[in-house]
Ligand binder design. Structure first.
Ligand code: ZN
Ligand code: ZN
Length: 297
């Protein structure tokens, strides 16, 4: 997807007409004129990855939390590391629900900004490919769009990480009465590797000799007047040198790149991301790290 940098007269007219019919309101407090006002933005609780469990992203300090270990000290999750941008509370939950279920697609840029601010800079070098937990057909019909795909596209455009759809999802069976391992298996059965023509992955975010590399992520954030993005970490000089959108390329099963960065909206028990990670590893991934907009516990 190529980002539109200069709005056409048609776009400007359409935006003005939409603003009359459906005025922009703060997704937290409904103040008019902004997608998220300064006051609400200040109330969002960002999770600093340096002060969170490196396995599950819970904001309990920089050590692996007790929930990530079994009684024998064996780590539980199928994904290898997690970072989460925001603590899930009433405000962040409202923003996410407004984005997912109320057609406020412009929030994809805001939520991608928070995700970008949560990503440790070394992950941008580590990852071979960026992908997301897709919605199933029923949710796609209901919402009309795949909400994490839009955020993944935004993140790909800002980081240069190659974006690929790797998973398909069918509706889950009823989870009621299932224990944790049964829930993961139920989710695993609902995921399948996306079947398509193989395109070898490449690190398109590697620096080009003729172009100066980025020294900071701050200029990657959107300049939209609707919101001010959160502060972001400094990127190392070996990250991408191009802001061009990475192409959306599919991969065949059993040929996945080794290092996959998987995005989702909320990490709660982790069973969905565990199941998705299992599928990706069955397809050839060696390590799966996850990043989510919010963390509930
Ligand atoms: Zn507000
Ligand atoms: Zn943990």
């Amino acid at each position: 997807m190529t980002p539109t940098t200069t709005p056409t007269k048609g776009h400007v007219f359409l935006d003005a007409a939409l603003e009359l019919v459906w005025p922009t309101r703060c997704s937290g407090c409904e103040r008019s004129g902004v997608l998220l006002c300064d006051e609400c933005r200040a109330l969002l609780k960002q999770i600093m990855s340096a002060h969170a469990c490196p396995r599950c992203g819970a904001p309990f300090g920089g050590l692996v939390c007790t929930e990530c270990y079994s009684g024998e000290g064996r780590e539980q999750h199928q994904f290898d590391a997690a970072v989460c941008a925001l603590e899930l509370d009433e405000l962040s939950g409202r923003v996410i629900v407004l984005y997912k279920d109320s057609y406020e697609r412009r929030l994809s840029g805001l939520l991608a900004s928070y995700l970008l601010s949560a990503l440790p800079a070394p992950w941008l070098i580590w990852a071979d490919v960026l992908t997301w937990v897709p919605v199933d057909r029923k949710a796609l019909r209901r919402r009309g769009f795949d909400h994490m795909e839009l955020i993944a596209r935004e993140l790909s455009e800002r980081t240069g990480l190659p974006l690929r759809r790797l998973l398909d999802k069918q509706p889950c069976r009823d989870q009621r009465g299932l224990n944790r391992s049964e829930r993961i298996e139920n989710h695993r059965e609902s995921f399948s590797l996306h079947q398509a023509t193989h395109t070898p992955p490449s690190k398109t975010h590697a620096p080009q000799p003729s172009t100066p590399a980025c020294s900071s992520a701050s200029h990657l954030l959107p300049s939209t007047p609707h919101f001010s993005p959160p502060s972001t970490p400094t990127l190392p000089s070996t990250t991408h040198s191009s802001r061009a959108a990475a192409p959306l390329l599919p991969l065949a099963a059993h040929s996945l790149p080794p290092h996959i960065l998987l995005l989702d909206d909320v990490l709660t028990t982790g069973s969905t991301l565990d199941a998705a990670s299992m599928r990706l590893k069955e397809g050839g991934a060696v390590e799966v790290r996850v990043a989510t907009v919010a963390r509930a516990w």
